[in-house]
Design a protein around this ligand. Structure first.
Ligand SMILES: [Zn+2]
Ligand SMILES: [Zn+2]
Length: 484
């Protein structure tokens, strides 16, 4: 806790004034003027090298998720798994970030942005729009690695241009030279493995123009995530991004626009040519409003960028609402089509077969996506922490194999979509193959097939809900309690 110099009350960072504000006497104070006694001791005892600061670490007894605070008063729920429980707390030294973007959007702003986003989500469960639930937004500073990159010096490139005249193809070759002076400031990548890359990408970007030199009192009244992803992980991404940006800028120069430039598509060569140099990455903290919604063993997150107000939310669908909505939509279409066409029974059966195939494909694609995400194959920060060795740069995304998908589908009997889809296709194909004389076979087959499609569709919605939510997290930070 930060004490008010005026009355000894509790100081918290106040978003609208961008100052520390006292709960009791309402005076405001400059964050840089206020330190805890402990902070001061710290910097003294470390002989000027104060690159650490004291924080209270709250650990969730259920999922092991960690959240940091400068305050010691208890945290009553876990943002990662949604558990309402008193979190265990202890004091720890954390590496000091170099910069912070303080919250610009207040909790009220954040709620407003979220509510207007949810207005468009007509099939969302009512709980997600409930005021009590929305009040659960918590201000969390998420750690990022910020890479700064310079490109300075003379640049030599070769350029080529080919064109045809009559029966000949001519190639003109050019030597291009120039001076490059480019600076990329704070290209930032999510440094917390508990904060999924997919979320940080959705609420990006943060504008570094608002960033301030870090001092711990900024955190007062908020929480922060631990930075547990190695700084080397995203270095090559930052370099590649700078290379690609400068390269396309050079290419857009009117005189060069129709030339093939020599180092195109080769990042090492581009790095050499452009003198790309990556400075030592810095720890920075960016503000995020964060809320979680737990239902049936799954969790959904809603996040709001605390600087820009951009919303990213996992929005599941309420099946009852959805079925009612599609029923209302289907009625007029049915009567319209019924008045316009008469379909022969064999064509009807073919249609149901084709429809069933499409439904099954969509179903399987959803399954693969769920499998991918539950294994967090798209989250490099997480994968990196799991494997322990730096996978520098390569954005090599693993793919789900057919075998994995089939064993996942047959392994849990919960979703009949795979079976009903197969039955729907099978019935249409069989009836058409045997080509019985009586039309009744065709109608019967079509009915069975459409029922199968309906079942698969129900499963698709269930799968969609799984896709719109996440597996409950399980952090194994200290190497103990390893639930494989
Ligand atoms: Zn006061
Ligand atoms: Zn938890």
């Amino acid at each position: 806790m930060y004490e008010c110099p005026n009355c000894g009350g509790n100081l918290k960072f106040d978003i609208s004034s961008q100052m520390l504000k006292c709960d009791y006497c309402l005076t405001t104070h400059n964050p840089y003027d206020i330190t805890k006694e402990k902070d001061a001791e710290e910097s003294g005892s470390l002989s000027g090298n104060n690159n650490e600061f004291n924080v209270t670490v709250f650990t969730c007894p259920q999922c092991g998720g960690e959240i940091l605070s400068t305050d010691t008063s208890a945290a009553e729920f876990c943002s990662f798994c949604g558990a309402s429980t008193i979190l265990d707390s202890r004091i720890r030294k954390e590496k000091r970030p170099s910069h912070i973007i303080p919250f610009k959007k207040t909790k009220e702003d954040c709620k407003k942005a979220y509510i207007s986003r949810m207005k468009r989500a007509i099939f969302a469960p009512d709980e997600l729009k409930d005021e009590k639930y929305i009040d659960g937004f918590r201000g969390i500073y998420v750690p990022y690695w910020a890479y700064s990159i310079t490109q300075k010096g003379p640049v030599l490139m070769k350029g080529e241009k080919s064109y045809s005249k009559g029966n000949y193809t001519y190639t003109d070759k050019y030597d291009l030279s120039g001076d490059l002076d480019a600076y990329y400031y704070d290209l930032s990548y999510d440094a917390s493995s508990s904060f999924a890359d997919s979320i940080s990408e959705q609420i990006a970007p943060f504008n570094v123009r608002d960033s301030k030199k870090f001092t711990p009192s900024f955190l007062s009244g908020f929480y922060a995530d631990t930075a547990d992803v190695d700084s080397s992980l995203y270095k090559d991404d930052a370099i590649n991004l700078a290379n690609a940006t400068s390269y396309s800028k050079i290419k857009k120069t009117p005189a060069f626009s129709d030339l093939r430039l020599s180092t195109e598509g080769n990042n090492f060569a581009t790095t050499m040519t452009l003198h790309t140099f990556c400075e030592k990455p810095e720890r920075v903290l960016y503000p995020v409003w964060f809320m979680s919604y737990r239902k049936e063993g799954r969790i959904a997150y809603a996040t709001v960028n605390g600087q820009s107000g951009k919303v990213a939310a996992d929005i599941p669908v309420d099946i009852k609402k959805y079925l009612f909505g599609t029923f209302l939509l289907a009625l007029p279409i049915f009567f319209l089509l019924n008045g316009l066409f008469t379909i022969k029974p064999d064509i009807l059966l073919s249609c149901s077969g084709i429809l069933a195939s499409f439904t099954l494909i969509i179903y399987l694609m959803e399954s693969a996506a769920i499998l991918r995400r539950d294994k967090r194959m798209d989250d490099r920060g997480y994968l990196h922490r799991q494997s322990g060795k730096p996978k520098n740069g390569q954005k090599k995304e693993k793919q789900i194999t057919v075998n994995e998908l089939l064993s996942y589908e047959t392994g849990n009997g919960k979703f009949p979509g795979f079976v009903s889809g197969d039955v729907a296709i099978g019935v249409s194909v069989l009836v058409r193959l045997f080509a019985p004389v009586s039309d009744l076979w065709y109608y019967g087959g079509a009915i069975v097939s459409f029922l199968g499609i309906l079942l698969t569709n129900m499963s698709i919605i269930k799968k969609y809900n799984i896709l719109a939510t996440r597996k409950l997290p399980q952090f194994d930070r200290k190497g103990g309690d390893d639930r494989a």
